[in-house]
Design a binder for this molecule. Structure first.
Ligand code: FPP
Length: 256
């Protein structure tokens, strides 16, 4: 895992690559079905694609990589699949934490922790604690995560602070609300990638993605690799980001 070693994407003055990339890793089940394999096999191969994405990200100048690993809605899947996904997360952390740490990766987990098994909660905490001071890629694992739940939780905390007289309703702004999201301190995603051809956010970083560029890839997640990431980053580099303003040359002309 090199840090910004591809000159085409290295970070520096005038760099046009995304700092924060979020990925909706979709299509594991369909990948498996196409091959007559059980769904769990798609998820297993999905973990391999996840490893490739984490290894490749720094080479494109990416500093934050957020992976949607288990949504608050995924509990509605058959119990066997839910328990398979939990087991995969545990195995991933047990097998890969040392390597992530040795590559200076900082792990951060977003999502609800309260209804997770104790051992999963402990592993997630261990991963965060061990890598807390690392300065390379920040790997954000969105696990038991849902944007609506995250925003509602932030609103609840702010309401409690207002009721306690610690803030006034006027203190509640987009900035203060963002400070109460799980992603506080993490820059908004510049690019969201979704595999499998589906074109929706599915409760992923909905607040944070207000101005993200969206790239939808027609491949299933287990087939995602360095080349697919390179393609998405190149697509992103050709987008014009205006954040609700106007294109830069026009802004200069009108003197605004
Ligand atoms: C979507 O494919 C994928 C998921 C719900 C889980 C993603 C999980 C992994 C890649 C592995 C486990 C995560 C970690 C952090 C080790 P799908 O099952 O919805 O596919 P389908 O739409 O084709 O059925």
């Amino acid at each position: 895992m090199k840090d910004g070693s591809d000159p085409a994407f290295s970070r520096g003055d005038g760099d046009i690559g995304p700092i924060h990339v979020g990925i909706i890793m979709d299509g594991n089940g369909r990948w498996a079905a196409q091959r007559g394999l059980p769904r769990i096999e798609g998820h297993r191969r999905g973990v391999e694609a996840l490893r490739q994405a984490v290894r490749a990200a720094p080479d494109f100048g990416i500093r934050y990589l957020t992976l949607y690993s288990f949504s608050t809605e995924n509990w509605t899947r058959p119990p066997q699949e839910v328990s398979d996904l939990m087991a995969l997360l545990k195995r991933f952390i047990r097998n890969d934490l040392a390597e992530l740490h040795s590559h200076n990766v900082r792990v951060k987990v977003i999502g609800l922790r309260d209804n997770l098994d104790k051992d999963i909660g402990a592993l997630l905490r261990e991963a965060e604690d061990l890598t807390r001071h690392n300065t390379g890629l920040t790997l954000v694992i969105a696990f038991n995560y849902g944007s609506r739940q995250e925003i509602a939780q932030a609103a609840r905390i702010l309401a409690e602070k207002a009721l306690a007289g610690r803030i006034t309703p006027e203190d509640i702004t987009p900035t203060t609300l963002a400070h109460h999201l799980d992603t506080a301190g993490i820059p908004d995603p510049d690019l969201i990638i979704r595999t499998s051809g589906e074109r929706r956010l599915s409760n992923f970083l909905m607040w944070q993605a207000a101005y993200a560029e969206l790239v939808f890839l027609p491949i299933y997640w287990p087939d995602f690799d360095r080349a697919a990431l390179a393609g998405a980053v190149t697509d992103y580099a050709h987008r014009e980001r205006r954040f609700g303003g106007v294109a830069a040359p026009l802004a200069v002309k009108t003197g605004s």
